[in-house]
Design a protein around this ligand. Structure first.
Ligand SMILES: Cc1cc2nc3c(=O)[nH]c(=O)nc-3n(C[C@H](O)[C@H](O)[C@H](O)COP(=O)(O)O)c2cc1C
Length: 205
């Protein structure tokens, strides 16, 4: 009889770490659809469905990298050439990039920050789903993510914005276990009387 796995889903979640050292293969077809569907399971106040994912892969990457470099040049005209080239390499060589579009409705009674948090929660679900399916990634951002011309390429006209990009692929090496904070420093149990304090507050980096 097959042995039941001793690795629980929570163990798998606790093992996840971000990595930008990514190679092929990338998720495709039904696997990619299921991973992105996990993003759409995030909490969403008002059911506004603010998630807009744009997948950039294959031959589309160098052209998109050109748009990113142009955005960096507009947003940070003093940025060194090295920084622009680093962006170009990342966006043209990373196996897959997923833009995290935010379809925002400022006129709605649900505050924009909550709409943005739904997109962020979705992004985390996607990162976890990638990890669970044997892929990896990292969430990146920067001032270039505010560039309106770049956002237009992604179907995001004002007031819609971008929460950043997920760089996606298969981790080149086993995911490096990042040093994690001590959970006890970040959790408090309120006793009904005294305001809580956190160990983490005395250890600001
Ligand atoms: C909104 C957001 C933007 C981020 N932007 C960057 C970035 O531009 N560059 C970067 O190196 N890490 C960025 N990070 C951090 C990485 O995604 C990642 O969390 C970090 O490398 C730590 O890895 P871990 O997820 O394994 O803890 C960002 C994280 C978030 C939530």
């Amino acid at each position: 009889m097959a042995q039941a796995s001793s690795v629980s889903p929570l163990d798998v979640l606790l093992e996840r770490s971000s990595t930008g050292d990514l190679v092929a293969p990338v998720p495709q077809g039904e696997v990619l659809a299921r991973i992105l569907s996990a993003g759409l399971r995030a909490p969403d106040h008002g059911h506004l469905c603010p998630w807009r994912y744009v997948v950039i892969a294959g031959d589309a990457r160098p052209a998109f990298a050109g748009h990113v470099v142009a955005a960096v040049a507009r947003q940070e005209p003093d940025a060194p050439e090295k920084k622009r080239e680093k962006r170009r390499r990342r966006f043209s060589e990373t196996p897959m990039v997923i833009a995290l579009g935010m379809h925002l409705r400022p006129e709605h009674k649900v505050p924009v920050m909550e709409q943005e948090m739904a997109v962020a929660a979705g992004a985390m679900n996607v990162l976890n789903a990638l990890h669970m399916e044997g892929f990896g990634g990292v969430w990146i951002s920067g001032r270039f993510c505010e560039d309106r011309s770049l956002l237009s390429q992604l179907g995001l006209e004002a007031p819609h914005r971008l929460a950043g990009f997920l760089l996606v692929g298969t981790p080149e090496k086993p995911e490096r276990a990042h040093v994690r904070p001590d959970v006890g420093d970040h959790v408090a149990f309120w006793d009904g009387q005294t305001p809580v304090t956190f160990g983490a507050d005395g250890r600001q980096r």
